[in-house]
Design a protein around this ligand. Sequence first.
Ligand code: ZN
Length: 345
Amino acid sequence: MVYKETMTSKQRVMNALSRKPVDRTPIANPTNVATVELMDMVDAPFPQACQDPELAARLAATGYTELGFDSITPYFSIIQESSALGCEMQWEEKDNWPTVRMYNQIWKSADDVKVPTDFLEHRDVKAITESIRILKQEYGDEVAIIGKTMGPWTLAYHVFGVEQFLLGTVDNPEETMKAMDKLKEISILFGEAQIEAGADALTFPDHATGDLVSGEYYKRFLQDLHSEMVDELPVPLILHICGRTIDRMPYIAQTGMASFHFDSKNDPQEAMDAVDDGIGLVGNINNPETLYARGPDEVRQEVYKCLEAGVQMIAPECAIPLATKIENLIEIPRAVKDWTAERKG
Ligand SMILES: [Zn+2]
């Protein structure tokens, strides 16, 4: 049981993202790991922690200081850009996610898409960029700071409405492409601002999820666009898509992105086979059943399953439920360390 860690958390994550050797598999959080318990611990509750950079930084840091993950991620939700674009918000309380109200959408067609000139100055955009600046200064040498910028497909759900947008992909795919082309400028603008602030990597959620669209849809509307993001945003990108995504993984593997954050609806070995070394994987500990409702033993089993399959970074599959127990989250790094000790000790 004597293996020695020879890397900082940051080196570990950055190496895993470029698929270079690591002293042990890093535990990352491409999406939220904050909980109500952690909010209370550092007095940084939702929704204020989604609006104020100091609170966002303080809450995000607990992912490293309390949970022992190798990265820090201060963008907890998926609504920051949409709020800055003028979508109507439901901010909720600390036990619930802020959301975009799904009626009365702000835009109807691609022609309506306009980025406000003061977008980067909006409170909910600065909450992210400024929190990255704070975290970079405090933890930048030791921990990987992961930012997040929404892809155009996710933005489209918010600004056009999910149903209207998806119907449009059938009725008028050219219009869809035109909208994607304009919306991606927001993804780039916000991504660049976070890189400038000090983000080491960016999560790129683009919810072409398994239950809503097919793998062919991914290829047709998003594969090239995601490749383009690799050229536009000069840090490792972590694509996040929920649900069953095996059918699109071979396409995702060709985008040039560094990593794919995958859902527990995909078996780790099956996913490793599907991407065939074209892209790294990060995931995929189940949220609603394992992390939320079960205990450390079940968490450990899932961590081991990912490690046995060779998954490059271990993480919850998606943003964790806010009532997740801390003991289940700290079991993830524990399990990774024990597994490594058994093999290297
Ligand atoms: Zn997700």
